[in-house]
Write a protein that binds this ligand. Structure first.
Ligand code: ADP
Length: 268
């Protein structure tokens, strides 16, 4: 599956080449979908335990999407089997005055995972080349330089044993309309509705341009972007779970050697 979704470094991304409704011939209620998902989640659980015990490497998962793209749902479904002590989820909102008093990576760097941990970013430093660009919160000469800063920052993290996975949850404009409508119609979803989302929807094409540049310029060998077909939530969850699990498998965390000889130990 990876090869459908991983952005090869150096390729010019055009989102219209990526079908948000893609489902790889699978159907929601297929047994194979449930089996693959549960197998991935179970393996993820085992590997996380070892990652935590090993305390040598860490994993950073970055989620970006347009409003209603499914960042929260992905976290809820994909991370559900993990030990919460080993996971740290951070949502990046509008920067505070204090945060704006620093460089744009300051608040982000503080939330990167320490050894043994998995950190999940719900939005991230990429907002600084997305919303900032589209809403003109900073001039081009400022955000234009950030792609390079981001690549260097992610390279630094990788050198310090942090594996980085970046997921762009790709939904269609029609699907977003339905999801926004649901937030208006369903009282239990009213809290999720934000009029600012309508502004962003009106600037859909500007966002597409900003996403494409982000995906093109910041998919690197050490920190690839994955474009996840996300109109179908079940498919999105399956693919993200499998990619995260495959990355953990590759990291191959090991239980540390015991610092005592089990044969010599007796409990008094
Ligand atoms: P979410 O939509 O992720 O569930 P919110 O409704 O609180 O969470 O939205 C967070 C808002 O903060 C979004 O509109 C996002 O674009 C904005 N935001 C995040 N990072 C930045 C940033 N660096 N500069 C400006 N706005 C940002």
């Amino acid at each position: 599956m990876e090869h459908f979704t991983k952005v090869t470094p150096g390729t010019q991304v055009s989102l219209q080449d990526h079908d948000p409704r893609f489902r790889d011939g699978l159907r929601k209620n297929d047994d194979v979908v449930r089996e693959r998902r549960e197998a991935a989640l179970e393996e993820m659980r085992v590997l996380q335990e070892r990652l935590y015990a090993e305390g040598r490497q860490s994993l950073l998962i970055v989620l970006q999407a347009t409003d209603t793209g499914g960042k929260d749902g992905t976290i809820k479904h994909v991370m559900r089997g993990l030990n919460p002590s080993g996971v740290c989820v951070t949502g990046f909102k509008q920067p505070t005055a204090k945060e704006l008093g620093h460089d744009f990576l300051w608040r982000v760097h503080k939330r990167t995972p320490e050894r043994g941990m998995i950190a999940v970013f719900n939005r991230s430093h990429y907002e600084d080349v997305l919303v900032v660009r589209v809403r003109k919160l900073a001039p081009k000469r400022i955000w234009e330089r950030r792609y390079e800063h981001i690549n260097a920052f992610e390279e630094l993290l990788t050198e310090c044993d942090t594996r980085i996975l970046k997921f762009f949850l790709h939904i269609s404009k029609d699907e977003q309309k339905e999801r926004l409508q649901r937030r208006i119609d369903d009282p239990a979803r009213h809290w999720k509705f934000d009029e600012g989302d309508l502004y962003d929807r009106r600037h859909w094409d500007n966002y597409v341009e900003a996403y494409e540049e982000m995906l093109t310029r910041c998919s690197t060998g050490v920190a690839p972007w994955y474009i996840i077909p996300a109109d179908r939530k079940w498919f999105r969850n399956l693919i993200v779970a499998e990619i995260v699990t495959a990355a953990l498998r590759e990291m191959d965390p090991q239980y540390p050697e015991p610092h005592f000889d089990p044969k010599e130990m007796t409990i008094p």
